[in-house]
Write a protein that binds this ligand. Structure first.
Ligand code: T3D
Length: 266
């Protein structure tokens, strides 16, 4: 995979790849180039077996401040063609669908602000770890927009409709500790401990049964859209597959031999 991106930093250490959105002067807000680069990396690592956990984070003091508003005029200059936002959103939709269907864990590592569509890209991650200076803002209502990038789908499923409505209508900040309390993130850690905590969290996932993790993602995400019978059917189908993996065999063997399992992701 190429690593010479204009607005992304890529770092791979063993099975963990860290993608850092890198436009710190505008709090890593999205322009077209950064969005397209992120889609490219996410789609590439999906089929790269050397990657067993993906971490998405931001450079500098923010995770991201949403769409770059300076390059996205609500009122086009005289004579220019108005922007059709729904068409532009297709790119974000491609990104979040790739993140959700990727057969390995995607961890959002949020330090500082995550606003607008950056907040919702964080919500599209499978798990989130926050620094205690994190600020989650569904900023859309502040500028008269509806939540996009899947926010209206992810939020009620993560924190319930009442809290989701509160975040979207009031568009107030939710701090890292509060995000942990309401279940928006897995854990919140002091900002000084953040890099180490993210690395430990990602390494744990990267050393897990990756193939099984992919199946778990599939089963849980599907269950949000299906009835009990459909979920039970899928569970059987995916368990048949999990049952044949080397990692399952290793997990059982390690248990019987009273030792730590060494998973290969196969
Ligand atoms: O299809 C589509 O793409 C449309 C979809 C839109 C989706 C969206 O994401 S809508 C929401 C867009 N985002 C926002 O409305 C957030 C705008 N930013 C803010 O409200 C504040 O910056 C924050 C609350 C996020 C952070 O505040 P603070 O005080 O920590 O930082 P700051 O001083 O406001 O920002 C620092 C710099 O980043 C500043 O530039 P300067 O003055 O130092 O030259 C600021 O202008 C710039 N910046 C922050 N957010 C954006 C931005 N520049 C462009 N676009 C931004 N979104």
């Amino acid at each position: 995979m190429r690593t010479n991106f204009q607005h992304l930093l890529i770092h791979q250490e063993e099975g963990v790849i860290t993608i850092t959105m890198n436009r710190p002067e505008v709090l890593n807000s999205f322009n077209d180039v950064m969005l397209e680069e992120l889609i490219e990396v996410v789609e590439t690592v999906t089929s790269d077996d050397s990657v067993r956990c993906v971490v998405l984070t931001g450079a500098g003091r923010a995770f991201g401040a949403g769409q770059d508003l300076s390059g996205f005029p609500a009122v086009p200059a005289n004579g220019s063609t108005p922007i059709k936002v729904s068409e532009h959103l297709q790119k974000y939709h491609r990104l979040i669908k790739s993140m959700r269907t990727m057969p390995k864990p995607v961890v959002g590592a949020i330090r500082g602000v995550a606003a607008g569509i950056s907040c919702n890209v964080a919500l599209a991650c499978d798990l989130r770890i926050a620094a205690d200076n994190a600020r989650f803002i569904e900023a859309f209502a502040r500028i008269g927009l509806v939540p996009d990038g899947g926010g209206a789908y992810f939020l009620p499923r993560l924190i319930g409709l009442g809290k989701a409505m509160e975040m979207c209508l009031l568009a107030d900040e939710v701090s890292g500790p509060e995000a942990e309390r309401i279940g928006l993130v897995t854990k919140c850690v002091p900002v000084e401990e953040f890099p180490g905590a993210v690395a430990a969290f990602a390494n744990r996932l990267a050393n897990g049964p990756t193939h099984g993790y992919g199946l778990i993602k599939q089963l849980l995400y599907k269950s949000m859209e299906s009835d009990l019978q459909a979920s039970l059917n899928l569970e059987g189908q995916l368990q048949d597959e999990a049952f044949t993996t080397a990692d399952h065999k290793e997990g059982v063997t390690a248990f019987l031999e009273k030792r730590q399992a060494k998973y290969t992701g196969k």
